[in-house]
Ligand binder design. Structure first.
Ligand SMILES: [Zn+2]
Length: 264
């Protein structure tokens, strides 16, 4: 096993925080350091456990480094963080092709008035996945495409996956609002034939972080009152995080993650 030169070094609480911004389409998405198993999301791949050579020893073992944000998820979460700071619901999505190259990115812009050409803003359907999938050309080759999103796709975005012919979606955090959506392809027909394989939530604190971002938005914009889903322990955790000095101004999602990680 050799080190993957495209994979960035792992971050830790002692690492300097790079000025990470979302990569534009065409840039490679960090890939796992071992061949991708299409049946296992990258964040679930078996981590390096045995250093058999100097090269192997340099392979980042982010799966066992809970204080870091997995580089595989950096871009989707960076987009989600941008959305939160812009006042929109914090969800980010990235489409990669079969080689792992980023071909489209999108984030929620429901509370904003401006979007890049071809994307939605200022409407309830300006979802991250919609804005990413809208950039794929009609009749384009989507064989092997995967969509990574920080939150479990809703019914709208699941339908957009069908229309976009993207057959594989990996999500970080579950969305209890859409509990039971896995039964939708049971209606059969085209929906069953084209329903994207759903993988998620990821294991560990990343899923909690994805959910926390949504809960933060709920408290910030709706108060997080009774029936909001941000009550009890969850509500206390969210408010404790929101009280962290400098959190909402964090310039990168890495910085934000490191700040809230002790509370996850
Ligand atoms: Zn959606």
């Amino acid at each position: 096993m050799i080190d993957n030169p495209t994979r960035p070094p792992p971050l830790s609480v002692s690492s300097p925080i790079p000025p990470a911004r979302p990569l534009p389409p065409g840039h490679p998405m960090p890939l796992p350091s071992q061949p991708h198993d299409p049946h296992v999301p990258p964040s679930h791949q078996t981590p390096q456990t045995q250093a058999t050579s100097e090269a192997t020893a340099r392979v980042p073992d982010t799966a066992n480094a809970p204080d870091t944000l997995d580089p595989l998820w950096q871009l989707p979460f960076e987009l989600a963080w941008e959305a939160l700071q812009a006042g929109s619901r914090p969800v980010g999505a990235v489409v990669v092709d079969r080689a792992g190259q980023v071909v489209a990115v999108g984030r929620n812009r429901s509370q904003e008035s401006v979007a890049p050409p071809g994307q939605l803003a200022g409407t309830n359907i300006a979802h991250a996945e919609i804005n990413a999938l809208a950039q794929l050309p009609a009749r384009g080759d989507t064989d092997g495409h995967r969509l990574y999103t920080t939150l479990e796709p809703c019914l709208l975005c699941s339908s957009a996956l069908i229309h976009s012919h993207v057959r594989h979606v990996v999500y970080a955090a579950p969305d209890p609002v859409w509990r039971g959506i896995e039964r939708v392809p049971g209606v059969g027909g085209l929906i069953a034939d084209r329903w994207a394989r759903r993988e998620g939530p990821v294991e560990g604190p990343l899923a909690v972080f994805g959910a926390l971002l949504m809960q933060m938005w709920e408290v910030l914009h709706n108060g997080g009152g009774v029936g909001s889903g941000v009550e009890g322990d969850a509500g206390r955790t969210v408010r404790r995080c929101l009280a962290i000095d400098g959190l909402l101004d964090a310039p990168t999602v890495h910085r934000a993650y490191i700040l809230v990680r002790p509370h996850l």
